[in-house]
Write a protein that binds this ligand. Structure first.
Ligand SMILES: [Zn+2]
Length: 451
């Protein structure tokens, strides 16, 4: 954790921030099953391999709150990448094609056993791909996305984005190029820096209240918020275990009023914090499935994590509820004029149809069909960024590569899955029910796609 960047720390529920990511306090360890079923043995080996990859790739282990002795074991020796690859391959072979062959857990329903088997299989396959990449294997954008996130990302043409820009052109005030007009228009909705903490905490409280009406949150769940600078992302959830998260918000760039709700939902309720806490409760503690005590960032689980965190915004604030909340609570709190809020949120809804444009920049950069300059111009033109935000976006793409698909394609897949299972906008209670089940299970991207 970049402590040097902290400007201030807000303790929401009295828990202190951890020292750095990936090292939970392992409070769950005392609750874990000691069962040594074949599947639990595969899970233990998988967790240890994830920790071993983390020795080579500092971004790989996003969270770990399993037994501390496993972490100590991983820290004590570095396993060569070639050996990790070979061991992961052996585990895949041990799992076999039949979910029943290694399940060993009689208490599990057949469906849960199938999901667990498929989850471990996909996570291990992604690990092999990441380890190959760390050893120099180069994959195209689409091959990488498939190998790491188990999803083939859609492609969009430039004409698609031009058509969206044309619609924005008609509704934005002024004349001239749309990106500059959009940036100027949006600037009236920047939260004054002195108000960011109050606005963000108020947004979190509203997100939590809406979520808690539909999802029983584990007792004692909590998080702290930290404000940081100079990061390639706008917010980050570091899950520490024991139902506790550290949420960091990047204040290097202006924070717009709509982002307060988006970030509070995405990082907190019903997003990452809730997802991680429910997995810890339902799978790690109640079932003793240790594979969920570790979270490898470059894996199919990220498509579920980012997709559910983004789709969760719409679940918590369906239809025009976000603009209503902004007008009645957040804008006055920030000292901003509410007069243009309806038009602004309409423009944002159109702007959101451009969010796949970043995928195209990432595809171009990774496939070497776009230079960095060309990608920056593309981001400015079709993601409506200024030079500074486009540079930030380029550093994000450089670091996380095809991970960008998890935000938009992941959210679309989660949304389609929820709707396919009856959770439509007309049936909000059902939508929460399906969404809650998704957050508490080891569903894989292929399940979202209905395969
Ligand atoms: Zn996220």
């Amino acid at each position: 954790m970049p402590v040097r960047h902290l400007s201030f720390l807000v303790a929401i529920l009295g828990c202190a921030a951890g020292e750095r990511k990936g090292v939970g306090d392992s409070g769950a360890a005392s609750h874990v099953s000691t069962s040594s079923s074949p599947m639990n043995q595969v899970a233990e080996s998988y967790v240890k391999l994830v920790l071993a990859v983390g020795k080579h790739d500092p971004d790989y282990v996003d969270a770990y709150y399993g037994p501390p002795e496993w972490k100590a074991e991983a820290d004590s020796a570095t396993i060569p990448l070639g050996d990790i690859e070979q061991r992961a391959g052996a585990l895949i072979a041990q799992l076999g094609a039949d979910p029943g062959s290694a399940s060993g857990a009689r208490a599990d329903t057949a469906d849960m056993a199938r999901l667990r088997h498929a989850y471990l299989h996909k996570q291990l396959e992604a690990m092999v791909a990441r380890v190959k990449m760390l050893q120099g294997t180069k994959l195209s954008f689409d091959d990488e996305a498939r190998a790491l996130y188990d999803a083939p990302p859609p492609k969009n043409t430039e004409e698609h984005f031009q058509e969206v820009i044309a619609r924005l052109d008609k509704m934005l005030p002024g004349s001239g190029p749309v990106p500059a007009r959009y940036v100027a228009y949006r600037s009236q909705f920047v939260i004054p820096p002195a108000k960011v903490d109050t606005v963000f905490k108020t947004a979190i409280a509203a997100c939590k209240e809406r979520t808690a009406r539909h999802i029983t949150l584990p007792a004692g769940e909590s998080f702290v918020v930290e404000y940081v600078k100079d990061k390639p992302w706008s917010g980050y959830n570091w899950y520490k275990g024991n139902y506790h998260s550290v949420i960091q918000v990047n204040t290097s760039l202006p924070i717009y009023i709509d982002r307060a709700v988006d970030l509070a939902c995405h990082e907190g309720y019903p997003g990452h914090h809730v997802y991680n806490a429910l997995l810890e409760k339902s799978l790690v503690r109640d079932r003793g499935w240790q594979e969920f005590s570790v979270y490898p960032l470059f894996s199919p689980q990220s498509l579920l994590a980012e997709g559910s965190a983004n789709y969760g915004i719409e679940v918590a604030f369906p239809g025009d509820e976000k603009v209503k909340f902004a007008k009645s609570v957040l804008l006055p709190l920030a000292g901003l004029d509410t007069a243009g809020a309806d038009a602004y949120f309409k423009a944002l809804a159109i702007r959101n149809q451009l969010n796949y444009a970043r995928n195209e920049a990432a595809r171009g950069l990774i496939n070497n069909t776009m230079s960095r300059d060309k990608a920056r111009r593309w981001l400015e033109k079709y993601c409506l960024m200024n030079e500074e935000t486009a540079e930030k976006s380029l550093s994000f793409i450089k670091k996380y590569r095809s991970y960008v698909i998890n935000y938009n394609y992941g959210a679309d897949l989660v949304g389609h899955y929820v709707e396919r299972n009856g959770g439509t906008a007309r049936n909000p209670q059902k939508r929460w029910d399906v969404f809650r089940r998704l957050l508490s299970s080891e569903i894989i991207p292929a399940d979202l796609q209905g395969k």
